[in-house]
Write a protein of this length. Sequence first.
Lengths: 607, 185
Amino acid sequence: MNCQELGRILDEQELLWLPAAQRGAAEAHLAGCPDCARDHQLDLRLAALPIPPLVPQSLAGWRALANSTVIGRSGQARKRFIVIGVVTAFAAAAAMLGWRGNRVPEQPVAELQPVPEATSAPVAPPPEPPAVVASQPAVASQPAAPAIHKYTVQVRLLTWTIDEAELQAAIDQSYAHFIDVLRAGPQLVIVPPEQPADFRVTYAAAGPTRPDRIRPDRGWVNSIVVEAAERNLSPEQVAAGRQTAIVAGEPWVTSLNRTLNVDGFAKVFWRESTLRFEPGCTPDIFTGQPETVCSFVADAQRLAETVRLLALPADAVLEHQLQQRVGDGTVPWQQRYSSIQLLKHVLLDKPLNKRGAGLDQNFLRGALDLIAATPDARERTELWRALNNGGLDRKGPVQLLIDAVPREPDEHARLDAVNMLATDFPDDPQVRAAMREMAVTDTSDLVRNAARQAAGGGDAEVREFVVAIVKNSSLSPAQRLQPLAVINSLEQFQYTMENEDVVRALLDILPALVSDTSKTPSVMKAVGWLGYVRTPSVVDVLLAVLRATDIGSTDPTYWTGIVIKSAALGALARHRDDPRAEAELQAASSDADPAVRQAAATALQVQ
Amino acid sequence: MADSASERFDALVTPHLPLLHRVAWRLVRNSPDAHDLVQDTCIAACENLATLATVDRPERWLLRVLQNRFINVNKRRRRAPFVPLDEEPGAAQLASTEPGPEELQQQRDAERALEHAFLQLEDTQRTLLALRAEGYSLTEIATITGVGKEVLRARLHRARNRLARHLEQPREAPPRADSLPRSAS
């Protein structure tokens, strides 16, 4: 492809929308031609220049013109227009200053706009109800809600043309189902993309996040971006939304950025999932990040529910449905597990105007009932982990958990349960009492030591226990890693890692477990905490972990490797006084794999 | 009658007002002028609602009017269209006293430099780049502006070159030696 050919193509179509082969050729040309790259960058930069939102007063003023013109001749009308224009200009200027000053209005202003009928939204016809969706309770059975404040939402579907008819049909169905799930939100009004809205949701099924990630052998990527009207955001949210939208050098983000932040929206939420579409695909939550799903429709459902719960204003109806789903034995386990994860975020997090009130009795009873009804120990372990909030702002009825933890039959699941209690309720007297009892009565060495640690005592004993096992080279790497799970505070970890021999022992343990997805959380925890340890060999360990995460992009554990690599780069960023760490970060910043570059950028930013 | 005009306006023009506002803002990079442009376009639309009802793509008709208004108005009134934020009334009071993230500042600086360079282009070049930035293909722009594609392509090439040159120049370049007044000797 030469410059002229590229110019003719890009004059008619965006790079992102080109067929894969043509896009590859165009990108190759852009990479090697500074002049074309400059032109392309200028286009992108011009498109990304910010534009203030259109204020409703202006819109109303312009619409009022229609009534004014019939009064008389155009000259007379123009005088009236000037008056209207002055008013609207003042309104616009005021809004503009407010926008630049990021003042937050009391209420979203979308209700000022006429609400279109649902049928006017540009959506595909609704699909047949997918088999994976649990039957929803009738609206009448849901808790009565007071007057619902409505929010307008633009929905944009980014589509790609796929050669396989079956796959294309599944994708089309996922788009329609995505809209249906959003439309079911009682407080949401879906409006056409041209209309002002409080939120803008962009959904791309089977699309690329980065060029190397469209791989039928690996799966397909679904992406979701939610933007909020900047007029409804705080200055900090606007700044964060604008910053996150700008990631130089990433085609997907850059292209999406063309439409982000140029219409008075700022990005508030982004999620991506990889899914397989092949016979015999079975969802497995233990294959590492991201979760594997096998159905476009199921993924659309999950993403739409995620958006409704985590990115858009509170949605009591969906919360109620999820509570019911958790306790419904006829619903597949995977969906019940996902429902717990979603509900936990709703109850604990405070994005936008979410509750963040803490876990309640209903939620915990549902989750514990599901744990009790789950025969697979690995699934129970995941559920206990799902209840963990990393010790952040945890509230809620603790006695239910205290009663349930000792009843957990599996040693490893029980260890996670103890860690959950210790991390989230470190100062709770009831938890400490329960831990003191388990430190004596539990049948497992691991759990007893974890409980001892959680009870706030026996640091020296715990450390001795951990050091002995980590250094025991006759055990497998997985066995030697296990006692680190007992440690639930950074201080205790730092204290334990002051021993150079222990750190060097990690050279045999952590790199060997990079590909073992069942150990990923424990490896991540250890690698992350190594950023705060100053023992000389720490950088050696982190570099060894990085080497082990150099996994080919077609390998099934590629994603796990990326996740651990991100943690290792983050830890290395805290050791930049070591030239090897600095060199590694710089090398990662220019790595051929965009995911590695992104990880390095994030590590350097956080640091 | 008024209801009818209002309804027709709502059907034919209102859906495109956000687009017109965006394009107008892209062209002039300031709010009062952008509002004037959209208002003038709305006036023209009101006076031609019957015509507008017969065209296939009203937004193209509206964009063409907006483009013509932009070029005509600028011919008559060559006033400085760009008011930097720090010159706006009240901007100083609105500015945060806390230092913002460095990246954000760099981004703002880059945006201002680009705006400044953009505003130095000819009106036709600005129109072309603004419509491109709005996502219109050259074929669509040809329909809107009534100018042939090949001509547009050449203009686009020149516009980008000139924009790049402006960007490379410092914003407040010292006067060139040959433009300085010569001494009497």
